[in-house]
Design a protein around this ligand. Structure first.
Ligand code: NAD
Ligand code: UDP
Ligand code: UDP
Length: 350
């Protein structure tokens, strides 16, 4: 394996210290599990930019080598193809634990693979998280887990505050994801209390941007791909359910502030701008194709009716809030999707 740069800098100089973000300093050694995925790869870009040495551990289940290929050859970057369900020995200062088969198609829409997916979700969230916590404990690294707004289930409180315990159906079609993440939070707090591990918990709300999986079934990627391919936008149910969409760079900034800050959390990281799915469809029409048709489809079971983060805690304690509204962020994602769907040449010709 590659010898990380600055191995001589003891973790204690930074971990738990008060080094402000962006300050010039010797790099940390940072592990990003799931670093070849959508969010992870953007985080890796920022960490390397900052001067850290980054190790990505990813089994490429939903991630892609393409997302990090621009770092191949950088001596501060290393990618290990590995499943976090298996133990691993590494030496780092910080662990961002993102690994999780995150796209809904993998648990909602493929009846044949449901049992297998269920297994993947629980194994990754429970055994995978346990292994990464065990690793963090052994090497005394700070550990950040990316949990999700799904822990609130179909919320009875609106907007959702971190103190809300949620409304999750334990036996529903999406429970393996919700309960998997809830368990991952539980394990994280148990290691914090029981082993004195320094931990951070982020609850991420719907996030979009370049490098998102094109066919993963999430609403923003579906609508954008559909509009580009001149297919109708598929609105599930009556389209009046709401979500709040965050641009990926805002999330990455929030994750790094959380890791560097003094507070365990959990912290909601999301954009409070709330849209119905019909309003989202309108933004996509305005951005890509005003003539794009809308087609209504049956909704999935247990679909949360409303979702919007209360981000007071992150504002106060992390000095963070999102900067990019949907109408500004969407075009950036569309450029990336256009390239990936049609290739560079057709984009130039268009
Ligand atoms: P993603 O699917 O693009 O990234 C997840 C990565 O984890 C992929 O690269 C995948 O190959 C890898 N992975 C999955 N199982 C693994 C395993 N067992 N071992 C090693 N690697 C494994 O998804 P994303 O949107 O980038 O999500 C990143 C994290 O953020 C996830 O934990 C997800 O639950 C959380 N999150 C994302 C959103 C969102 O809207 N994108 C919302 C809430 C929470
Ligand atoms: N683990 C790991 N890498 C390490 C240390 C631990 O993958 O460097 C795994 C280990 O295999 C175990 C899990 O993390 O399955 C939890 O480890 P811990 O030491 O907390 O628990 P124990 O092994 O004592 O049950
Ligand atoms: N949705 C939709 N059309 C699609 C995909 C999803 O209307 O093509 C709806 C879905 O029913 C849900 C919302 O969009 O109400 C967000 O779905 P997504 O899977 O993106 O995220 P999550 O449900 O996990 O918030």
């Amino acid at each position: 394996s590659v010898e990380p740069a600055h191995r001589d800098v003891p973790a204690r100089h930074f971990v738990g210290g008060k080094v402000p973000l962006g300050l010039k300093r010797k790099g940390l050694r940072v592990l990003v599990t799931g670093g070849a995925g959508f969010v992870g790869s953007h985080l890796v870009d920022r960490l390397l930019e900052r001067g850290d040495s980054v190790i990505v551990v990813d089994n490429l289940f939903t991630g892609r080598k393409d997302n990090v290929v621009h770092h191949f050859g950088n001596p501060n970057f290393e990618m290990i193809r590995h499943d976090v369900v298996e133990p691993i020995l590494l030496e780092v200062d910080q662990i961002y634990h993102l690994a999780c088969p995150a796209s809904p198609v993998h648990y909602k829409y493929n009846p044949i693979k449901t049992i297998i997916s269920f297994f993947f979700f629980l194994m990754t969230n429970v055994v995978g998280t346990l292994n990464m916590l065990g690793l963090a404990k052994r090497i005394n690294a700070r550990f950040l887990i990316t949990s999700t707004s799904e822990v609130y289930g179909d919320p009875l409180q609106h907007p959702q505050v971190e103190t809300y315990w949620g409304n999750v159906n334990p036996i529903g079609v999406r429970s393996c994801y919700d309960e998997g993440k809830r368990t991952a939070e539980t394990l994280t707090m148990d290691y914090h209390r029981g082993a004195n591990l320094e931990v951070r918990i982020a609850r991420i709300f719907n996030t979009y941007g370049p490098r998102m999986c094109i066919d993963d079934g999430r609403v923003v990627s579906n609508f954008v791909a559909q509009a580009l391919r001149k297919e109708p936008l598929t609105v599930y149910g009556d389209g009046k359910q709401t979500r709040s969409f965050q641009y990926v760079s805002d999330l990455v900034e929030g994750l790094m502030r959380l890791m560097e800050g003094e507070h365990v959390g959990p912290f909601n990281l999301g954009n409070p701008g709330e849209f119905t799915m019909l309003e989202l469809a309108k933004v996509v029409q305005d951005t890509i194709d005003p003539n794009a048709k809308i087609e209504f489809r049956e909704n999935t079971q247990d679909d949360p009716h409303k979702r919007k983060p209360d981000i007071t805690r992150a504002k106060e304690l992390l000095g963070w809030e999102p900067k990019i509204p949907l109408r500004e962020g969407l075009p950036l994602m569309v450029t990336d999707f256009r390239k990936r769907i049609f290739g560079d040449q057709d984009v130039a010709a268009a």
